[in-house]
Design a protein around this ligand. Sequence first.
Ligand code: SF4
Length: 360
Amino acid sequence: MKSKRLFRELLLAWHREKNKRVMPWKGEKDPYKVWLSEIILQQTRVEQGLPYYEKFIDRYPTITHLANASEEEVFKVWEGLGYYTRCRNLLSTARIVTENYAGTFPSDYDSILNLKGIGAYTASAVASFCFNLPHAVVDGNVLRVLSRFFGIHLAIDSAQGKKIFTQLAQECLDKDQPGEYNQSIMDFGATVCKPVPLCKQCPLNKKCVAFNSGTVADLPIKQKNIVKKERWFSYFVFSFKDETYVQLRTEKDIWHNLYEFHLKETAADPEWNARKIKDWLELDLKIKAIKNIVVLSAKKQILTHQVIHGYFICVNIDQKPLFNLSTKGVWLNNAEIKTKAFPKFIHQFTGREALQAQLL
Ligand code: SF4
């Protein structure tokens, strides 16, 4: 118990005297803004998320403004952040709060936790920062700090580990100032006790078990890494005059309801060459009027459970093909394409200005 109190005191002293981390939502009491920042920052670095936060607040100053926006418009604002389920849940929750709570965020932990896309971490952040409720945040940063300071060699992702660490986090919490405490441990994990920590200048090092036993590099312990599924996406970018063919992803899969080019997915690297591409276009898609073809390798994208590899195959044609009329495919000009939301994987292609000018 004594070591938990000491940990809390050292951490809060560091926060008061040395914590220089600046973020626009820090000290924020408006639950809409805190919630929005937490959702944006899930699986996203602060530097990447910051312009999105500002864009959302600028465009939707209150949760009701967000609730009244269309899904297509909000997707466009979110475009480039990835993990689109977050965006979908964001909109659902904005609508629930507007309809069921008259636009005022609920102020008790269980009601916050019940909202769509809000887990224990975000619920604790909103409850403690905005309503001073005693709920400790637990995320990767917090687990790293706790496992090292207390020298706990239990897998943080095991059932037992989750239970023990959640309990420990709650016991360390300063119940009188839960928001301040949560902010300090989040910032400490992000700036001092980082994956490669700054132990020599850490004000907690005299009492840190991992530092004093030479086990910092071993902690935190994780069970095995997730085996990621490898997928190969070949995107055929069909251009006819000043139009390009795009389609909506409607299947239950990643990037649901985002736009893409015509896709051919293969189980392994298709190792395209000009002959293979022409054969496939002619035999499978009945496309013969081809002006030219350019093949580009895509940079792989690593998602939580998948790795996406692929190609962009630009095909200039003399006549519109009749493929896939059953899908939500459309021919659009460059200006129209810019109004649609595409997955990040496709941005690496659409971002190539020279190619855009030439092919879109
Ligand atoms: S001494 Fe190192 S490992 Fe221990 S709390 Fe400080 S930064 Fe983390």
